[in-house]
Every structure is written in C-alpha cells, then in structure tokens.
Design a protein around this ligand. Structure first.
Ligand SMILES: [Zn+2]
Length: 309
C-alpha cells in the first residue's frame, strides 16, 4: 500500500468508495435473484423496472443518481425503491468499518471481511424477500472458507482453538487456520441443525430453515467454532427482540382496528392475532447480523462475554 492509502483514514475512505460501487452490483444480485431469465451478467445494463429503459452510466452512479434524480426514473418518472441507495450506503459503511477496524497493514484480512459482509448483505435482503438464503452465499462460503483461511490465517488469529492447535509457539499459520475453518464449518452447521431438530421435536413444526444451517456452517469457516456459537447467540437475542416487536406491531394494528370499529381494544384477541400474523419472520437477517459482528469484533465480543459471564 502506497501514499495516502497507507494512512488509516485514506484506507477507510478508499474502502468506502469501493464498497459503494460494489453495493450497486449487490443490488443487481438481490433484484435478479428470482428472475429466471436473468443473471447478474445478463442483461449487461441495468434498467428501469417500470419502463425497461436501459440506464446510461450517469443514471447508474451509486447513491448519486438516486439523489440527483430525486428517487425517480429520468424517463417515465416512476419511483425507484429507496432500497437501492440503502444497500449501496450500507455496503459502503460496512467496507469502511472493516477497513477502519483492520487498518492498512491488514489489507488482506480487511478484503476477506469486506467481501464476506457483502455476501451477508445479499443473504439478508434475499431472505427478507423470498424467505430463503442463496446457496451462492452459504454453500459458496463453505467452499471458500478453508482455502481463504489458509491464505489469510489472520482470519483465525483470535480463535482459541487455532491457538491451541498452534501449540507452544502460538503462531496461527496456514495449517492451524485451515483446520480451524474446517471445524468451524462442522460446528456452525452442526449446532444449528441440532437446534432445528430439537425445535421440531418440541414445537412440532419446522423451526429452522436449512438455509440458516448452511449459512452458519459457512460462517464457522470464517470465524471459527467459537465465533459461530457467539454469532448464533447474538442472532437468537436479536431474533427474539425482532419477533416480539413484530408480534406487538400486529397486535397494536389489530387493536387499533378494533377500537375504530367500536369493539373496544380487546388486547387478548389482538395479541392472539399478532402472534398468528407476526411470529413468522425469517431468521436469516438476524443470523447475518450476528455473523457480521463476530467477523469484525470476535475478540472484543469474547472479552465482553468473559466479563459478563
Ligand atoms: Zn422508467
């Protein structure tokens, strides 16, 4: 790394700009996920979903075009979803955050983290839309985890298991990192598979999608077995909070409607309806956030857990 890129600030800004451009590509991947006749390569040019007009380069600048055009297509004035700039901005922030935390010396580690965070972003939005996690992210991640860990052993530098494997000299090399990744995949997928089995036994319904199992498996390959367990714990807390909030939202809506119709608020009934409508939400987004936190701050997380427990 040379010149201004070598300073923490320059490195962070550069990563943010790259993240913004990649975010634009992620939008394409998310948007075309369920379109059988399209791939991320075809059609080459992005187009307006309303009038199918192919976008010129200046209509397709991340974030800027949306702001300049006031969130509308230049041709048909159709509304463009705010999700496009949101995904771009989020990806830019995530890349900048990874760069800021890692610093320019750890550029290889930062690159792996940034790409993994982008994959999690895609998984999150596809899961919100279609209730499934793309195999490209989960299975693709599992395939990549071991070779990437061997190339960038620093991924597992904070892993207790990797240190234990390294023995007396304590340096995590390609072998320890690769083995930690392999065990991480087994533990990540295994524990969630087990949770799903138990859930099915207890609640007599499908409690966990297999997509989540594969995703945590892939995550274990990048954050190790300890990181995968921490990610699952964070995701469960987050998922519970989101679930409760969602049930309350539906209950509140239902109760408001009851009042409007002069039936009184009937909270018991409202909560029952809320539970029926609001309790099915995808676990993928919560899982992705947990994994993202473990990926960027496993060490800090472990220290915090140690101080709490
Ligand atoms: Zn249009």
């Amino acid at each position: 790394m040379v010149g201004p890129f070598a300073t923490p600030l320059g490195f962070t800004v550069t990563a943010g700009v790259f993240g913004l451009c990649i975010g634009s590509f992620l939008n394409v991947a998310i948007h075309r996920y369920d379109q059988a006749d399209q791939t991320v390569h075809r059609p080459r040019r992005s187009y307006c979903p309303h009038c199918k007009h192919a976008l010129a380069w200046h209509e397709n600048l991340p974030l800027l075009s949306y702001l300049v055009q006031g969130g509308r297509c230049r041709h048909c004035r159709g509304r463009i979803s705010a999700r496009y700039p949101l995904v771009e901005a989020l990806n830019a922030l995530l890349w900048a955050l990874a760069a800021w935390l890692g610093g320019p010396q750890a550029w290889a580690l930062v690159l792996v983290q940034a790409v993994a965070l982008s994959a999690l972003l895609v998984a999150t939005f596809v899961d919100l839309d279609h209730y499934e996690i793309p195999d490209g992210v989960s299975i693709g991640g599992m395939w990549l985890a071991v070779p990437v860990s061997m190339l960038v052993p620093d991924l597992h530098a904070d892993s207790g298991l990797a240190h234990w494997l390294a023995g007396a000299d304590g340096r995590v090399g390609w072998f320890e990192a690769g083995l930690t990744a392999l065990i991480g995949i087994a533990v990540g997928a295994g524990v969630l598979w087990l949770v799903g089995k138990l859930g099915k036994l207890v609640f007599r319904k499908e409690a966990m999608g297999f997509g989540d199992v594969k995703l945590l498996g892939a995550a274990g390959g990048f954050v190790g077995p300890g990181g995968a367990l921490a990610a699952l714990m964070l995701a469960s807390c987050l998922g519970a909070l989101i679930g409760i909030a969602n049930v309350l939202r539906f209950a509140w809506l239902s109760s408001a409607r009851g009042r409007a119709r002069g039936r009184g608020s009937q909270w018991g009934r409202a909560v029952r309806i809320g539970r029926a409508c609001g309790s099915y939400i995808p676990f993928g987004p919560a899982l992705a956030i947990g994994i993202g936190i473990a990926l960027l701050a496993w060490n800090e997380l472990a220290r915090w857990l140690g101080s709490v427990a």
